[in-house]
Design a protein around this ligand. Structure first.
Ligand code: FAD
Length: 399
């Protein structure tokens, strides 16, 4: 294919949640959009657990549809390293478990219906800038696409921001994650279960997410240890009679967003910019919402003269940080403190949580955890734990 010199065109790389939202929003705002996806099928393979808040989905303007929604969730059960589990049940459903493959396919289909040109089997290998100030991407063993603007939504590990003169997230901080789809499991309820402790998932946590009456997605990510062994041990302990129907691996991002998400005629969104909650590695809502902002910005910028475009691009960076920045900063601090905690300190922390449960139930928000983190850090019980936390963190650095 000959490179096109259509400088009003926008290229979006990656048909994940961030890319499809960016592409559709840019098309809705009048831009000609090309969406490039490396895999033959959108959404395959999927690495994700698919827990999203209902409020977050509403923020993306997406109704939970039966085509991708598997089950609604009404809270979480926390298993401390030792002792009784702690249940945080909400009055109303707060989250929905989605099938990520079907969700991504649903979003991409909407984007195509909105006028986006989707090309699969297009692995982008290089970003280029040309003397006429257009930009382009080279596809491995394929064509070159030229455009006025590009949005990188190609997920964790992307090197395109670097090629566009930006820093990349600290990819060395990716946590290896492993997940099983379990069948033949005992009757499942409407709660997500989270497991903590050095024998379960050192430095992070393990999870069990009901996907059906007798099926669940069980996984973990961990800073240390053999994730397969840790996961097998967990399954043996809690669901010894279950059957592993599928295995998925993926890397959980905990490094915090990059400092700048734009350069000349280039934007970066989603995991590629590490727009994720460091406490959980969740990035569907933040990535999707930032994708909408990026798509809208790119559609306006591409219509403007070159010398004025930076104002739009800078506004994208400001807007997404205004929405999520302070929460992400607090989640980042919480993650760093949490990652080094000994089992003993974790047990004490959960005892504190037990004491303030009604308040947590009232204030907690899955997507904006900063408020509850700040509130809890002011409580006497947690302030009293800070010296232990400091000692644990120092030990963790030197261990
Ligand atoms: C084990 C695990 C569990 C998780 N669970 C949750 C959860 O429960 N809730 C939650 O909110 N988040 C969760 N996350 C995080 C979530 O999956 C990501 O934050 C989210 O998928 C980010 O969306 P994205 O569109 O930025 O990237 P992705 O979803 O990774 O999409 C990137 C797309 O770009 C394509 N691509 C990549 N490189 C290229 C290239 N060079 N050229 C063309 N196309 C390319 C990929 O094929 C993919 O389709 C989890 C992550 C992991 C690893």
């Amino acid at each position: 294919m000959e490179p096109s010199s259509d400088e009003k065109r926008i290229i979006v790389v990656g048909a994940g949640v961030a890319g499809s939202h960016a592409a559709l929003e840019a098309a809705r705002n009048g831009a000609k959009v090309v969406l490039l996806e490396e895999h033959p099928q959108v959404g395959v393979p999927s690495h994700c657990s698919g827990v999203v808040s209902l409020n977050g989905l509403a923020m993306l303007g997406v109704e939970p549809q039966s085509v991708f929604a598997q089950r609604t969730i009404q809270g979480a059960v926390f298993h401390p390293p030792k002792g009784e589990p702690l249940e945080l049940r909400t009055k109303q459903p707060v989250a929905v478990i989605i099938n990520r493959t079907r969700f991504d396919q649903y979003l991409a289909k909407n984007a195509v219906a909105g006028g986006v040109e989707l090309h699969t089997k297009m692995r982008v290998s290089r970003f280029e800038r040309y003397p006429d100030r257009t930009v382009g991407v080279s596809v491995q063993d394929g064509p070159t696409f030229k455009a006025g603007m590009m949005i990188d939504a190609s997920g964790a590990g992307s090197r395109l921001p670097e090629q566009a003169g930006l820093s990349t997230p600290d990819w060395s901080q990716l946590l290896p994650g492993l997940q099983y789809e379990l069948g033949d499991i005992q009757k499942q309820g409407d709660m997500v279960e989270l497991f903590f402790g050095s024998h379960r998932a050192p430095g992070f946590f393990a999870w069990s997410i009901p996907t059906g009456d007798h099926s669940a997605r069980v996984g973990l990510a961990s800073r240390k240890g053999n994730v397969k062994k840790l996961l097998d041990d967990l399954v043996k302990e809690f669901w010894p009679k279950s059957a592993v129907e599928a295995t998925k691996s993926g890397s959980v991002l905990v490094s915090g967003p990059i400092d700048k998400c734009w350069s000349e005629n280039f934007l970066v969104v989603g995991d590629a910019a590490s727009q994720v909650k460091q406490t959980t590695g969740g990035g569907i809502i933040i990535g999707g919402y930032s994708g909408i902002l990026a798509g809208r910005t790119a559609a306006s910028a591409v219509k403007a003269p070159q010398e004025e475009r930076w104002r739009f691009l800078m506004a994208y960076d400001r807007e997404w940080r205004e929405k999520f920045g302070s929460d992400l900063r607090r989640m980042g601090i919480a993650h760093k403190l949490f990652a080094g905690l000994s089992d003993e300190t974790l047990n004490r922390l959960f005892e504190g949580v037990r004491e303030y449960l009604p308040e947590i139930q009232e204030v907690a928000d899955m997507d904006f955890q900063g408020k509850i983190i700040s509130r809890m850090l002011r409580k006497k019980k947690f302030v009293g734990l800070l010296p232990r936390v400091a000692v644990d963190s120092i030990r963790a650095i030197f261990s």
